[in-house]
Ligand binder design. Structure first.
Ligand code: FAD
Length: 355
């Protein structure tokens, strides 16, 4: 292949670009300056545990070591600062959750992740009825810092181009036989005629940035919503889930949902500094969308990272590049081939055409 073009410079596109560079194949990266970016809005958290039933998140044992090694390596390469390892202080939501925590923390598969039960909540927060526990090997990536330093690096290497990509533009590239296109446009790929058969189930989300003097939170607070320390008395608070809208406009309702939760748990006064909304590239069966287009052998998709781009993309980018460069198989549960029977149909949950 003469030329490889990556569409989109969110988490997905950036990580694929680094993987190709590591393989000695410099791609071209095209992005609309993050105009439709979910990654720029995301809190960037990773968490190995699914609460309530205290289970491990899908493939957490594989994904977390790869996330840790990938982001620390790229942080060093870019000379930037975006990887933050932090415990999560989880306020149990029920007696059942508290009991399951006690039971699971004795199992070998959970040793690394579940801490001892605790009674005292982080300072300035209310005590819950059912106590709390700390989740280890969690944290967050400062995604704007990661994406901006990655963009600067790609620009300095002459690999980055700013443009708004249309289906016509993609068709022109595919008409040249020696060009491969990798679509990493996040939720915007759902509006492309090439992928309109895929069952995206997009989810809008909103987050706040607040300041709160003297809070000094040293872990990520979680009580069905999160408060994540950003430094200098600033905190990210999130997130909402809305399956009806798919625009990037922050709403009064979204803000109120988060403020109510904060006021219930946080005893100190706070100020709202910022309020953002984005659209998660979620899929109806909650699994990623990776693979080659059934009718266009040079058009690939790396998408459907859903609510967990930070945790999934480092490991799954290896699955992708191994298939893209070496023809190795992509597991069925994440391969877009699982939806080939839908080809020719149009996903009824996405409003066409592109809003
Ligand atoms: C409120 C909220 C909170 C979240 N919190 C977390 C979290 O804590 N942890 C976590 O792991 N995930 C979280 N997510 C999910 C996370 O944002 C996604 O999993 C991830 O960002 C998807 O990355 P992506 O690269 O596939 O898409 P995107 O980040 O959307 O990147 C796509 C890129 O393509 C560009 N693009 C799109 N269309 C075009 C076009 N036509 N032409 C040119 N460029 C184009 C966009 O502008 C963008 O830069 C959250 C999401 C939201 C909305």
């Amino acid at each position: 292949m003469e030329k490889i073009i990556i569409l989109g410079q969110g988490i997905a596109g950036s990580i694929i670009a680094f993987r190709l560079l590591e393989a000695g194949i410099p791609p071209e990266i095209v992005d609309d300056n993050h105009k439709h970016s979910s990654s720029m809005v995301a809190a960037g958290l990773w968490n190995p545990i699914v609460f309530r039933r205290i289970n491990k998140s899908w493939k957490a044992d594989e994904f977390i070591p790869e996330l840790e090694s990938f982001f620390t390596r790229v942080e060093w390469k870019l000379g930037a600062d975006f990887y933050q390892s932090l415990d999560i202080s989880r306020m149990h939501s029920s007696k059942l959750e508290q009991d399951l925590w006690m039971e699971k923390k004795t199992l070998p598969g959970f040793f690394d992740y579940l801490g001892e039960p605790e009674d005292v909540p982080p300072t300035h927060f209310e005590s819950g009825e059912f106590g709390l526990g700390k989740v280890h090997r969690a944290g967050y990536i400062d995604l704007p810092a990661f994406l901006q330093s990655a963009a600067e690096f790609f620009k300095s290497e002459g690999l980055y181009k700013q443009a708004n990509i249309s289906d016509t533009w993609i068709a022109e590239q595919l008409a040249q036989n020696d060009v491969a296109v990798i679509d990493c446009r996040g939720y915007q790929s759902a509006f492309s005629g090439y992928w309109s058969y895929l069952p995206f189930g997009l989810t809008k989300g909103e987050v706040l940035t607040i300041s709160c003097d003297g809070l000094d939170l040293e872990s990520i607070f979680n009580a069905g919503f999160f408060v994540c320390p950003l430094g200098e008395n600033r905190y990210r608070v999130g997130a909402t889930f809305n399956w009806d809208d798919c625009d990037q406009k922050p709403t009064e309702d979204g803000k109120q949902q988060l403020v109510e939760k904060l006021e219930k748990w946080l005893k100190s006064p706070f100020e709202i500094e910022d309020h953002k909304a984005g659209v998660r590239p979620t899929v109806q069966d909650r699994r990623p969308l990776i693979g080659v287009h059934p009718n266009h052998k040079n058009l690939w998709l790396f998408n459907g990272m859903g609510t967990k781009g930070v945790m999934l993309a480092p490991q799954l980018s290896q699955v992708f590049t191994s298939a893209f460069l070496h023809g190795n198989p992509i597991p069925k549960e994440m391969n877009i081939s699982r939806f080939e029977k839908l080809l020719g149909q149009q996903n009824p949950t996405v409003n066409y055409p592109n809003p």
